[in-house]
Design a protein around this ligand. Structure first.
Ligand code: SF4
Length: 382
């Protein structure tokens, strides 16, 4: 269920009153002193993971880009600004998107199927994907979006009020609002929520390790399987994503991988097979892999939607390479939406797009043959 801005303001006002906080939105938070402000007048919070350099420069260590930023400038992601040799995040407490979604939309198919997640995003991204489906927020700076004013406490309180099961950071790249995500995740775990995020996999290992202590699950985009594709279609790199995937697998957190299959750009079945082999070898055959359908968007409106036949070829290749949970996404009603037992082929979770029509998984196992199904299940400890 999505919240319109009008509904959200109404509910947020109720929530503020419930906590004894004066005022509705915007403007519930009121600490305005002793903090530098951005060019647009917003209060700033110091960023994490950066180093001061000579001449008032700073070196950001949050993502693989490691931007060197001069005084008064912003990093590549537009979300961090150098003020006199101190680096600040511009988006702390300023989400531009809040929505309640089924967890299947993440996609996270093996984590509390049929549950609802409270999703948050701020403006901007550290990639420039020509195919971005959320370009209207990811390719805008915080000065160009309409933002709420929500502390982590109020965000978690809203999720409780809406009876959500989990908190999710998604839509844009959560790395670029790391500090805000971290504080919400930490508080959310204390309040008993499951927490997950959907990422392009570009975060550096040190901040990733710190964040994962408060995460239950991660969905990672593996956008293609060549450096050329990453460079030309995303202005990015493949190697940091592969490093991140291995890191998350080693952390023991629940992991799912998504590949958006784009006609003519990354639909070479030789590369898709290489990707499937890599996932099996380095992440394990039990890792869910989603092949998602592309729809024309942003700078690729001249391309057609991905043919179903192309997705089915990728789906079959994943199965041929021994992956146990290969899915087709963005094709409502396709058999590839559902989960099947790798051992006895019993249909375990019947999905139609984001809806779960039946879930037979019992305490993390197939009820017919007892095969263990990886994931986080409501009736079992993880
Ligand atoms: S998080 Fe932003 S400022 Fe930091 S290295 Fe990445 S793109 Fe640059």
């Amino acid at each position: 269920m999505g919240l319109s801005r009008r509904d959200f303001l109404k509910r947020s006002s109720v929530f503020c009153l419930g906590l004894g906080i004066a005022g509705g939105l915007p403007g519930c938070s009121s600490k305005t002193d002793e903090k530098p402000t951005s060019k647009s007048g917003r209060i700033l919070r110091e960023a994490r993971y950066y180093e001061k350099q000579k001449g008032g420069m700073v070196r950001c260590r949050l993502c693989f880009r490691q931007c060197l930023v001069a005084d008064g400038d912003r990093g590549f992601c537009r979300n961090r600004e150098n003020h006199g040799g101190t680096y600040y995040t511009l988006v702390y407490g300023l989400p531009c998107a809040i929505q309640i979604d089924p967890i299947e939309k993440e996609p996270s198919y093996h984590m509390l199927p049929g549950s609802s997640m409270f999703c948050t995003a701020t403006a901007s991204c550290n990639n420039r994907c020509k195919f971005c489906q959320n370009w209207h927020i990811s390719q805008r700076s915080v000065d160009e979006t309409i933002n709420y004013d929500l502390s982590p406490e109020r965000m978690v309180g809203l999720a409780s009020l809406e009876n959500c099961d989990s908190l999710s950071f998604t839509y844009s790249e959560p790395t670029v609002f790391y500090e805000y995500m971290y504080d919400i995740a930490k508080l959310g775990k204390e309040k008993g929520f499951k927490v997950l995020f959907h990422t392009n996999g570009s975060m550096n290992p040190e901040p990733l390790s710190a964040l994962l202590q408060y995460m239950d699950g991660v969905t990672v985009d593996l956008k293609g399987f060549t450096e050329t594709f990453y460079r030309e279609a995303s202005s990015s790199q493949l190697a940091p994503v592969l490093r991140t995937l291995k890191h998350i697998r080693e952390s023991g957190r629940h992991l799912e991988v998504v590949n958006l299959v784009i006609p003519t750009l990354n639909d070479d079945m030789v590369r898709i097979r290489e990707m499937c082999v890599w996932v099996r070898e380095y992440l394990g055959k039990e890792t869910p892999l989603h092949f998602s359908r592309f729809f024309p968007a942003h700078k690729l409106t001249h391309l057609p939607p991905t043919p179903i036949d192309t997705l089915e070829k990728a789906w079959k290749i994943g199965q041929e390479e021994g992956l146990e949970y290969v899915y087709i996404g963005n094709v409502p009603g396709h058999e590839g939406n559902s989960t099947f037992c790798p051992q006895c082929h019993n249909k375990l979770i019947h999905r139609v797009h984001f809806a779960v029509l039946a879930n037979q998984v019992k305490r993390g196992r197939c009820p017919s043959c007892g095969y263990p199904i990886p994931g986080i299940w409501a009736d079992a400890t993880t």
